[in-house]
Design a protein around this ligand. Structure first.
Ligand SMILES: NC(=O)c1ccc[n+]([C@@H]2O[C@H](COP(=O)([O-])OP(=O)(O)OC[C@H]3O[C@@H](n4cnc5c(N)ncnc54)[C@H](OP(=O)(O)O)[C@@H]3O)[C@@H](O)[C@H]2O)c1
Length: 356
């Protein structure tokens, strides 16, 4: 069971002074039993998700598959996983596994997700969902043909501050949306064998980091009607930095940035005709925000969430499986495909010359 507390506190120039409210919301699902997860891959994000799964009742990690049995055993020992396999093929044939989580580098997502689907397993696929839009379309078609659940692991969507932001937007509190700003930059050591820079591992600032701002804008404004971009390569030639301006039919703009060369502010701001929401760093992880009206009344929102917050996406998978859904209405597959199409358009504008 996942719960989170929201604290409303008045702040500077707020019209209603002295108001502090604590609201505890609990999302309960009447599960017949927890979803029994099997992981493909034993890397960094698999470890984080394994830890976060321990925080909830809706899912448990029962099996892990690795390219090497030793890695599966080490991961199994670290996270108390009873069933360990030295191949991904063995994992997907385990009848005790209800759902598969694909946590390999992006170039392997397609074949690993196909493997799971072909063996009748619902699948959660790490971001970036695939290497390109064509692969995404093919994967979605396969899941739909097989009538199996699939979702991009865009965990940000399920975090309490993002859920609350969406509620404010849908209630019209912000008015008509005018500008969405989002930024994600991280510094990575310039190692040519790193997943961020090696072409064969899907190296790309857009696919690894830019996917968060692009998905955030998509969630609020849909697919862009037009775009202006500046994309520069990292030292290996893959995209290393991107600045994007997207335009929408509504007249709204999105200003989005990503880089693998520096730790940036990683904040986001959603501005409407009546109010704006300023999300603190890191906007894509558990965070807090301020709602600021156009007359500068400020309301602070704080969310009491255990790090890192990957458990919320597992609760959504459990809810969907329990309800017999084959995709999540919060992270629909058509939107995942549209996000891949948008990123593909951006990456296509990559300048050939390496950064100085
Ligand atoms: N949601 C998030 O916040 C988040 C954060 C970081 C990354 N990600 C995504 O998750 C995926 C994995 O990222 P990561 O940082 O966890 O990567 P990582 O630490 O390098 O782990 C990737 C794992 O994939 C498996 N693998 C299969 N083929 C591989 C190959 N040719 N080279 C290297 N590893 C291979 C390996 O597991 P075995 O050896 O056990 O088979 C490896 O441990 C990426 O798509 C990334 O974008 C998501």
């Amino acid at each position: 069971m996942v719960g989170f507390a929201i604290v409303w506190a008045t702040a500077r120039r707020a019209r209603t002074t002295g108001l502090v409210r604590h609201v505890h919301q609990e999302r309960k699902h009447t599960m017949t039993r927890p979803v029994r997860w099997g992981f493909i891959g034993t890397g960094k994000i698999a470890s984080t998700f394994a830890r976060d799964l321990q925080l909830i009742d809706e899912g448990e990690l029962v099996a892990v598959g690795s390219r090497r049995r030793e890695s599966a055993d080490a991961f199994g020992d670290a996270f108390d996983v009873p069933r360990r396999y030295g191949s991904y093929e063995e994992l997907v044939t385990d009848p005790e596994v209800d759902a598969v989580y694909v946590s390999t580098p992006h170039p392997m997502h397609f074949e690993n997700a196909v493997l799971a689907l072909e063996h009748g397993k619902p699948v959660l696929v790490e971001k970036a969902f695939t290497m390109n839009a064509a692969q995404a379309r093919d994967l979605v078609a396969l899941a739909r043909t097989k009538k199996l659940f699939m979702m991009e692991a865009m965990w940000t969507r399920f975090l309490p501050h993002v859920v609350t932001l969406r509620e404010l937007v849908s209630r019209g509190v912000l008015g008509e949306l005018v500008v969405v700003e989002a930024d994600l930059g991280k510094w990575f050591a310039p190692d040519p064998s790193s997943r961020l820079f090696a072409p064969e591992l899907g190296g790309s600032a857009m696919l690894d980091l830019g996917v968060y701002p692009v998905s955030f804008a998509s969630m609020l404004l849909g697919p862009p009607a037009r775009m202006v971009t500046m994309v520069d390569p990292a030292f290996t030639g893959v995209d290393g930095q991107a600045s994007m301006i997207f335009g929408y039919e509504s007249g709204a703009h999105a200003l989005l940035t990503c880089t693998s060369r520096a730790r940036t502010a990683t904040r986001a701001c959603v501005t409407g005709t009546d109010a704006r929401v300023e999300i603190d760093a890191d906007f894509y992880a558990p965070s807090s925000f301020r709602l600021i009206t156009r007359t500068d009344d400020v309301t602070e929102y704080h969310f009491d969430v255990a790090p890192r917050g990957l458990q919320f996406q597992a609760v959504e998978v459990a809810r969907c499986l329990e309800a017999g859904l084959i995709e999540s209405p919060v992270m629909p597959l058509d939107e995942t495909v549209a996000i891949m199409e948008t990123m593909e358009r951006v990456i296509a504008t990559l300048e050939p010359a390496p950064l100085a």
